[in-house]
Design a protein around this ligand. Structure first.
Ligand code: ATP
Ligand code: MG
Length: 440
């Protein structure tokens, strides 16, 4: 099919199909790429399914690699790009609820039957320009429905990851989950625990940073998948923050918003003044810390994602006290890498009277940004040594103090900074920064 608008990736996949067909094989595009094209979406990747055995595929293409030998999947490189070429197969005997005990090469019909949902079970012959539908996938695409192929309970029992895949596709495509399929998901939800946390984490991360994170979370909660996915009690929480976050958010922002909606929103101290900030802030930070540790394990977050989530949450209540913060503190907050996520979640918080504060932060943020929120420090540890101070634990505190003075515009040169230190920060003196734990 020489379509002028054809994407390069599709063009390469079609070349693979053509080569196979020219050698007398049945070969189709398969699964998600067929579904997405029929929906007018740009497929993430293209998969090819064929009756050629893996050995045959390796003979026909110069650059290949076995990736899933047991499943008959060969990686074929076309113009340097990898494509999965899978031999039609049947699978059975899923004793462990994760993967089949037996695989046998078969035909397109049987291959469609082993796939998870009808909309994922379609083939396309791009040469004959024909859709091959053994499972009623086209009707369900038109009706915008996620329906298990075959008997839903049995299909989820084969591979419990499909419980999450159903939710991901419903959220990603904005489809409904067909009632029998949804019923089977709810019944099997506790079995999700049998799937590895890596695979659970990948599905969860994909749906929460996808186009409809709030819909994904709503479905997870209503089907009882939130408990096994997050390793905590089931909860049907309203999701005002997550709903306002919008499409395709950063994962950390999505998790932060969902954490607030499920657990933390009531703990936020609205309108807290500087003086009484420490208590509520520490309580909030403790609750956030426990939650982040749990979610890290449940979703296999990286250390970086965990830290970003913790800082994002810990910063939120401080933003409520923005007017009481020193300029140095404001600049330090803005200079943190988590600031964009944090401010995005803050913009979605549903707390009365917050709009004026949000505008103030916005306006002042622009001004501070222009001034410079993270200038190079005027003084370093070496400067302190040169002035006769002894290296020790006090060093970093002194440097913090003088950097604050720099951020506030109190000192503008190295000499001013040294003078300021002599004057303001005698040994043992100097005010303790009014920052709560975890914010420096
Ligand atoms: P995406 O847009 O996320 O890539 P996809 O439908 O292409 O969606 P993949 O995970 O890339 O999903 O898998 C490709 C195809 O393999 C699916 O369309 C489906 O037919 C089949 N498949 C994948 N995972 C499973 C599974 N766990 N159980 C049954 N079939 C599956
Ligand atoms: Mg895919």
């Amino acid at each position: 099919m020489a379509d002028a608008n054809e994407s390069p990736a599709r063009g390469r996949a079609v070349r693979i199909v053509r080569t196979l067909q020219e050698q007398g094989h049945v070969a189709y595009l398969a699964g998600g790429c067929v579904r997405d094209r029929l929906l007018g979406l740009d497929p993430k990747d293209y998969d090819v399914a064929t009756d050629a055995t893996p050995e045959r595929v390796r003979q026909l293409f110069p650059r290949t690699r076995f990736v899933g030998e047991a499943f008959g999947v060969v990686l074929v490189f076309e113009q340097g790009h990898p494509f999965e070429v899978a031999t039609f197969r049947s699978e059975w005997g899923y004793e462990d609820g994760r993967r089949p005990d037996h695989v046998r090469f078969s035909d397109a019909d049987q291959d469609a039957q082993r796939r998870d949902f009808t909309v994922n079970g379609l083939f396309e012959d791009p040469i004959a320009e024909r859709i091959i539908d053994h499972v009623g996938g086209r009707d369900d695409l038109a009706a915008r429905v996620i329906r298990a192929i075959g008997e839903p309970g049995q299909r989820f029992g084969e591979d419990y990851l499909r419980l999450l895949r159903a939710v991901r596709f419903a959220a990603q495509l904005d489809f409904e989950i067909e009632p029998d399929t949804a019923g089977a998901i709810a019944r099997h939800a506790p079995q999700l625990e049998r799937i590895s946390r890596e695979r659970i984490g990948m599905e969860m991360q994909a749906m929460l940073s996808g186009p409809r994170p709030a819909r994904a979370a709503t479905l997870l909660q209503s089907l009882g998948l939130d408990a096994p996915a997050l390793k905590e009690p089931a909860l049907t929480a309203d999701l005002p923050t997550l709903s306002r976050l919008g499409p395709s958010p950063d994962l950390v922002a999505a998790l932060g918003a969902w954490a607030l909606d499920r657990h933390l929103l009531p703990g936020l101290p609205p309108g807290a003044a500087a003086g009484d900030l420490a208590g509520p802030l520490d309580r909030f930070a403790d609750a956030a810390g426990t939650l982040v540790r749990r979610w890290r394990r449940a979703l296999c977050l990286t250390n970086q994602q965990r830290d970003a989530l913790r800082h994002c949450l810990a910063t939120l209540p401080t933003l409520l006290a923005w007017p009481a913060l020193r300029v140095a503190h404001r600049k330090r907050l803005m200079a943190r890498p988590q600031w964009p996520d944090c401010i995005r979640v803050f913009a979605c918080l549903e707390i009365e009277g917050l709009d004026a504060l949000r505008r103030a932060i916005d306006d002042e943020g622009t001004r501070l940004e222009a001034e410079g929120i993270a200038p190079a420090p005027l003084l370093t540890g070496d400067d302190l040594i040169v002035t006769g101070r002894k290296p020790g634990p006090r060093f970093s505190r002194l440097l913090d103090l003088v950097y604050d003075a720099q951020l506030e515009g109190t000192v503008r040169t190295r000499d001013e900074a040294l003078e300021w230190l002599d004057r303001e920060a005698k040994p043992g003196e100097g005010p303790a920064p009014p920052w709560p734990r975890g914010l420096r």
